[in-house]
Design a protein around this ligand. Structure first.
Ligand SMILES: *Cc1c(COP(=O)(O)O)cnc(C)c1O
Length: 371
């Protein structure tokens, strides 16, 4: 059996005619930037996310970058973020001239640990960026409490967790302003790059809309140094089609995760995903951990099963961030996660038989490697 790590085929075959209609509509309109489709998607996504405003942007990284810019975070400021995130979270902070301050995650949920936030706060700290990693919401209540009592902004990195919630309140609605990504492989994926900002603040929304379009509200009049961070009409049209199905896809991901949990629960040498009380998980990724990670990955590759590692090198150990002066051992939990995590295939439409086959291959591996 061959099981790819990710697979759009099933979903895209089902949506083919709807997506072609969306293409035709934009193609015939001859209007490709900031038009009806983007407006409609912004309304639809705000509605889905139960938030007042959505601003469509070019990608997830730009959504985070723009969010920080809108909050006026810049030179000399510090922003707290988890040490075990995708590099984009840190890059957004670097782009505005602020310094990323990494903190260790919780060892069982892999999300930002509020216990570690307070000791990282200095007089320069301006914001906290929780990342809902792998699709599980952070424990937002405690994070918001810390932010409030220290007068800090919160910017959620919601790239992996569209539709997740903490105590019933959706991710992407807790922070002052939040970013998400519609990179094709995300839970809601465009057919190219796309992203969005969500916020309940009309004021922040207005600034974001201006900055994404060259700092301009009136054509050829520029009040501030803006960017080109626009979502285009074609991607917005595709996203308008796909958004209607997102809740169903999330249910499918959660069912697959349940199958995995059940199938793998008896295997001593692997650690399964653990969910914090009050949190929900939309399983952008299904990540297990084992000390024999590299060997297990090799075995699964040889049996036709695609896996990936999220992420093999934490940002503080990337060459790109050598200037920050971190070294191996500075964030032991994050480094342990980088050495032991393995993401198994999860995509809407996977079958019970496929999960069973993956389980059998994992059991074969540990049986053969018994010492
Ligand atoms: C994908 C992702 C991003 C960046 O999104 P792009 O659309 O690729 O720019 C940022 N943060 C996290 C956690 C992500 O997974």
């Amino acid at each position: 059996m061959k099981i790819p790590f990710n697979n759009f085929e099933i979903v895209h075959e089902l949506l083919k005619s709807e997506m072609q209609n969306a293409f035709d509509k934009v193609y015939k309109s001859n209007w490709f930037i900031l038009g009806n489709e983007v407006n409609e998607f912004e309304r639809n996504y705000a509605n889905f996310n139960q938030v007042k405003n959505c601003v469509g942007v070019s990608n997830g990284l730009d959504a985070l970058h723009l969010s920080l810019k809108v909050l006026n975070i810049g030179n000399g400021d510090e922003v707290i973020l988890p040490a075990n995130t995708y590099i984009a979270t840190a890059l957004a902070v670097t782009y505005v001239g602020a310094t990323p301050i990494f903190v260790e995650p919780n060892e069982s949920t892999y999300n930002l640990d509020s216990k570690n936030i307070e000791q990282a706060i200095t007089s320069k700290t301006k914001a906290i960026m929780p990342v809902h990693l792998y699709g599980q919401s952070c424990e937002m209540e405690e994070i918001m409490k810390i932010a409030k009592s220290n007068n800090l902004c919160v910017i959620e990195d919601n790239a992996q967790a569209q539709g997740a919630s903490f105590k019933g309140k959706l991710t992407g609605t807790w922070g002052d302003i939040n970013g998400t990504s519609f990179y094709p492989g995300k839970n809601l994926g465009a057919l190219g790059d796309a992203g969005a900002i969500t916020t309940d603040s009309d004021e922040l929304m207005e600034i974001a809309k201006k900055l994404r379009n060259y700092g301009s509200e009136v054509k050829y009049v520029h009040d501030t140094i803006g960017y080109n961070m626009r979502l285009d009409e074609m991607q917005a049209a595709f996203l308008n089609v796909k958004l209607k199905y997102l809740n169903n896809w999330t249910l499918s991901r959660q069912e697959i995760a349940d199958w995995y949990n059940e199938a793998l629960s008896g295997i001593e040498k692997i650690i399964l995903p653990q969910i914090a009380e009050g949190a929900s998980h939309v399983y952008h990724l299904y990540v297990i951990r084992t000390n024999q990670r590299d060997e297990l990955q090799k075995h699964l590759t040889s049996t036709g099963i695609g896996t990936l590692i999220h992420y093999p090198i934490p940002p503080h150990l990337q060459k790109a961030y050598s200037e920050l002066g971190y070294k191996k051992g500075d964030f032991p939990i994050s480094e342990l996660l980088a050495d032991t995590s393995l993401s198994l295939p999860i995509w809407p439409g996977m079958t019970f038989e496929q999960i069973n086959y993956i389980k059998d291959c994992i059991i074969d591996f540990f049986n053969a490697n018994k010492i």
